[in-house]
Ligand binder design. Structure first.
Ligand code: ADP
Ligand code: C5P
Length: 204
């Protein structure tokens, strides 16, 4: 039996990474995680000042490469994924080897937007967290981990993050098999997903 591909979508700071980590901790080497964010184009691709880049538009990612590498992982091949820096908005020269695994998790705000990518998933999960909570989490995370200022987070949120969420991310929710409310640490939802993965592993 081939790998189970799980897509985890949801708005910025909704808890996608948190859920992916919980699943990785539960199943360890059986799980490989890929972030759509690894496939952001380098800043040079955009030809505008960094503060004007729209990182929340579907065209900002090299999604074709993600689709190709997912197909390779599914076929049991090792891939070399891109490495991306949120601090400099660059795709770094080094690449990272990723081994195939029985469970492959892909997470990202827009992964259910693209038909070809969406169709690869065996299970589509949307983490649904209120916008005010997500914004508060994003402010602290971006200042702490992504070298941003409060002003830059605020401007980016109003100019691109919020409108793109409403235009592309929120509508993609209806592509999901499961919508998890107040995402991140929703134990009942997490337990259901863990059971589904256990069933898959038993069948291999
Ligand atoms: P995403 O991957 O969707 O952007 P993360 O899982 O990275 O979201 O979560 C964004 C931030 O919110 C992180 O700093 C994380 O620690 C925090 N966070 C996630 N889930 C919760 C939760 N249930 N309660 C409080 N903080 C949370
Ligand atoms: O982890 P999260 O889902 O929040 O990551 C996606 C977000 O990262 C997008 O909303 C985008 O605005 C932001 N981003 C950024 N700078 C980059 C790349 C992405 O602020 N260089």
């Amino acid at each position: 039996m081939s790998a189970l591909l799980i897509g985890i979508a949801g708005g910025t700071a909704s808890g996608k990474t948190t859920l992916a980590r919980i699943l990785k901790d539960s199943f360890q080497d059986n799980v490989t995680i890929l972030k759509h964010d690894y496939y952001y184009y380098d800043r040079s691709h955009f030809r505008v000042a960094d503060h004007k880049i729209n990182f929340d538009h579907p065209d900002s990612f090299e999604t074709d490469l993600l689709v190709k590498q997912l197909q390779e992982l599914k076929a049991g091949k090792t891939i070399e994924r891109p490495v991306y820096s949120y601090k400099t908005n660059e795709r770094l020269a080094k690449k990272k080897k990723v081994q195939p695994a029985p469970i492959i998790i892909v997470e990202g705000i827009l992964i259910f937007h693209y038909e070809e990518l969406k169709n690869l998933f065996d299970l589509k999960i949307y983490v649904d967290t209120d916008a005010d909570i997500r914004l508060l989490r994003r402010i602290s995370r971006d200042i702490k981990e992504r070298d941003r200022t409060f002003e830059s987070v605020k401007n980016q949120y109003l100019k691109t993050v919020k409108p793109m969420h409403q235009k592309f991310v929120e509508p993609s929710k209806y592509q999901a098999d499961i919508i998890i409310p107040h995402g991140g640490l929703n134990e009942i939802a997490n337990d259901l997903i863990i059971k589904k993965i256990k069933d898959h592993l038993r069948q291999i």
